[in-house]
Ligand binder design. Structure first.
Ligand SMILES: NC(=O)c1ccc[n+]([C@@H]2O[C@H](COP(=O)([O-])OP(=O)(O)OC[C@H]3O[C@@H](n4cnc5c(N)ncnc54)[C@H](OP(=O)(O)O)[C@@H]3O)[C@@H](O)[C@H]2O)c1
Length: 296
């Protein structure tokens, strides 16, 4: 498995998005043993970055479900636990009684959220803590300052942001200093290319860019990516690999700072996705993928 830089960490070039194990558009969830088997399959394949969030859960009253699965899977791996695996989680979105959703970027809320994530993951320090979505009631730089406070308190090692535009990334870099922002996680896939500017900006500033829903998302987007965007299926057929592998190889080719985090409920999905790091596309392939239109 090839590796890439994520702030102070070196991680596999493909990460595992753990969200579908607890939240997906099909609303079909594996039982705990099967969910843990999927995480273990990712580790077997050499995946060393796992992405989760406190809100990833089947319902509001099971908040933290995904973090608990990830924690259990890492502790039970190979008998002795998984060493050197980096976990990124997220906070800042609230989920309350009756599925009421909101945002809270206050230091008091974030501190509580970090404490809960630490407990669920069963660790003393969170490797990567990402601000999930902006709280539009607060100044962006002020909330980034709260993340810095949590880092200074030793609760988190690296800071990331998610669903951020270039202006917000610039503010985060200004508050944290050059090298202080480890990653930006934005939606990016064949059907959603609107974060190309953020992808480029991150490459120019040594910030890892983590495409979320890199295959097009749960509920069919990822499964049907080759039907919706024919070029990925055509190149896949030529090379004897899945269209999903071609999508991920294309994203990897967009910059050394890109670390896609494909989601998976089944071991077969992440085992196939992980192979994308070995698939080398030609310049012509990359251009065809970048220019491809689709019906998505
Ligand atoms: N920051 C944010 O706001 C945000 C929002 C959404 C997602 N995310 C992150 O991004 C991660 C990935 O996004 P996502 O799960 O929504 O979408 P995705 O990665 O585009 O698609 C996931 C789906 O793709 C299928 N799949 C994966 N690899 C495959 C392969 N090689 N061949 C065929 N099917 C394959 C999986 O099927 P099976 O389920 O059948 O295995 C899974 O349901 C999430 O886990 C989460 O960590 C972040």
């Amino acid at each position: 498995m090839k590796s890439r830089t994520l702030g102070p960490f070196t991680v596999s070039a493909i990460g595992l998005g753990a969200m579908p194990l607890s939240m997906n558009n099909d609303q079909i969830y594996p039982d705990e043993a099967d969910a843990i088997a999927t995480v273990h399959a990712a580790l077997d394949a050499g995946v060393t970055y796992i992405d989760t969030a406190d809100i990833y859960a089947p319902s509001w009253d099971t908040m933290g479900h995904n973090e608990e699965i990830v924690g259990k899977a890492l502790r039970s791996y190979g008998g002795g636990g998984a060493d050197g695996v980096v976990v990124g989680t997220k906070g800042g979105i609230t989920r309350g009684e009756g599925e009421s959703w909101g945002r809270d970027g206050s230091l008091a809320y974030l501190r509580r959220a970090v404490e809960n994530s630490l407990r669920r993951l069963g660790v003393e320090v969170i490797d990567l803590y990402q601000w999930h979505r902006p709280d539009r009631w607060k100044a962006y730089g002020e909330v980034i300052g709260h993340f810095k406070t949590l880092q200074d308190e030793g609760k988190i090692t690296a800071i990331g942001i998610s669903n951020a535009n270039v202006e917000e990334i610039e503010v985060a870099v200004e508050v944290l200093g050059e090298g202080g922002l480890a990653s930006v996680q934005n939606e990016f896939s064949p059907k959603f290319r609107c974060s190309a500017d953020e992808l480029k900006f991150c490459g120019e500033h040594g910030i890892a860019f983590l495409p979320w829903s890199p295959l097009g998302g749960t509920g069919g987007g990822a499964r049907e990516v080759g039907d919706r965007f024919a070029v990925f299926a055509e190149i896949g057929t030529d090379r004897g690999v899945s269209p999903q592998q071609v999508v991920l190889a294309w994203e990897l080719a967009l910059g050394e700072h890109v670390i896609p985090i494909p989601g998976a409920r089944r071991p077969a999905s992440i085992l196939d996705s992980a192979k994308a790091t070995e698939l080398v596309l030609t310049d012509d392939d990359i251009q065809r993928c970048s220019q491809s239109g689709g019906i998505g």
